[in-house]
Design a protein around this ligand. Structure first.
Ligand code: XLS
Ligand code: NI
Ligand code: NI
Length: 405
């Protein structure tokens, strides 16, 4: 189970999210944090985080450059501050055995990225983003990260009245080419991942969902250089289910990793709740087992406690709730696979495509006119019920059988 459940805690929500919302201030109690921007405070925070992961037995972590270390007065200064934190967490990784799942650069919080980073109308923002990504790739390599993630938080637009969409997409592709080339140049062999999200904070984000992102990669000759990091709440914001997004990524051999959270049905926000829905975790693990397990990826809890869950112990409750739900999901997914009824049903449903005629049509050996000729001999197409309700009942039956497979 441990091999499949590669859990990661994220630094931004776990250590840097005070749980404020648009209507109210921070509520989280963080006795290890003096609230200052000092390097000392940043180190104390990292100490608390690694102690937490050790106690929770979480094996991986993820971070943005700016949540780990405060920004300095210049690029060189920021890099120096980040370096001192990297030395610090490197020792913490060594001591605890906790590994880095992925690193990333925050290219969305600072006002210089208000119009976008790679897609900003100002080349200056592009250059600043390039500096940040160059450094973040280097520190991800130093810390032994399995992957590096690009989430285009502001790579999108609010109104077309001020936006050259075609140009912005080209700039984004250029940026990704530069980053991929640099990553390989410094010897980073991990996966480079793009995390789709349809909107929030922008109105329209270019990497809106898995299919759109794969299309973008193909259009700009980036396919194969990047895989996807799929997040549940982003899938649902895009109007899809998590299993849909995972299936699209897997069909293109492009699922790299998962941001394991969930949204709030009926609320159109990225609420980043901890993933406690057992049907969700079952579907996720079914997809992961179906692709043969993760290679570089894992299950990153890109999730935050509710604003009302403000006590430090809620960090434990929330991560443990997520881990237990995924352990259940893994066992249920293994039972579904051992049971075999869904796989058999799907195979039987497409049986006509495995006949000699079906194989000829699918492989392009029959022209459209030949297909039409064959159609004229069919009096009644042979169709079988999709039996969705029966299948949903079987899913309920298997999920409710508790215990290991
Ligand atoms: C925000 C994203 C972000 C990425 C990392 O919605 O999920 O947290 O995972 O930049
Ligand atoms: Ni998100
Ligand atoms: Ni995320």
């Amino acid at each position: 189970m441990q091999d499949h459940l590669r859990f990661a805690a994220c630094y931004w929500h776990t250590m840097r999210n005070g749980l404020s919302d648009p209507f109210g201030s921070a509520t989280a109690q963080t006795p290890w944090d003096d609230g200052s921007q000092s390097i000392e405070n940043a180190k104390n925070r990292a100490d608390a985080f690694f102690e937490f992961m050790e106690k929770c037995q979480i094996g991986y972590w993820c971070f943005h450059d700016r949540d780990l270390a405060p920004e300095g007065n210049s690029i060189a200064d920021s890099e120096k501050i980040l370096d001192s934190l990297v030395t610090h967490v490197s020792a913490l990784q060594q001591r605890t055995g906790v590994k880095l799942l992925w690193g990333t650069a925050n290219l969305f919080s600072h006002p210089r990225y208000m119009h976008g980073a790679a897609t900003s109308p100002s080349v200056d923002s592009f250059l600043c983003a390039a500096a940040q990504v160059r450094k973040a790739l280097e520190v991800t390599l130093t810390l032994g990260g399995s992957s590096y993630v690009f989430w285009g938080g502001r790579e999108g637009y609010t109104t077309l009245l001020n936006t050259d969409l075609a140009r912005e997409r080209e700039h984004l592709a250029r940026f990704l080419h530069l980053a991929a080339d640099y990553a390989r140049h410094i010897g980073f062999t991990g996966a480079l991942l793009i995390e789709p999200k349809p909107h929030e904070p922008t109105t329209h984000q270019y990497d809106s969902n898995a299919e759109a992102t794969l299309n973008f990669l193909r259009e700009f000759n980036l396919f194969g250089k990047f895989k996807l990091n799929i997040e549940t709440n982003h899938a649902t914001l895009a109007g899809h289910s998590m299993e849909h997004e995972l299936s699209v990524a897997i069909a293109a051999h492009s699922l790299g990793s998962i941001d394991a959270n969930m949204g709030t049905p009926g609320l159109g926000w990225d609420t980043d709740r901890f993933p406690t829905d057992l049907y969700l975790t079952t579907h996720v693990m079914l997809a992961v087992l179906g692709m043969g397990g993760f290679q570089a990826g894992g299950l990153n809890f890109d999730a935050k406690r509710r604003r009302e869950s403000f006590e430090p112990i809620d960090l434990f409750h929330s991560h443990i709730a997520g881990m237990d739900a995924f352990a259940f999901g893994l066992k249920a997914a293994a039972r579904i696979r051992a049971d075999g009824r869904f796989a058999r049903f799907i195979q039987d449903r497409y049986a006509s495509w495995s006949t000699p005629l079906g194989i000829e049509v699918a492989s392009g050996k029959r022209s459209l006119s030949e297909c039409a000729e064959l159609a004229s001999q069919i009096s009644q197409p042979s169709l079988v019920s999709g039996r969705q309700e029966m299948l949903e009942a079987i899913l309920n039956e298997i999920i409710l059988q508790r215990g290991g497979a």
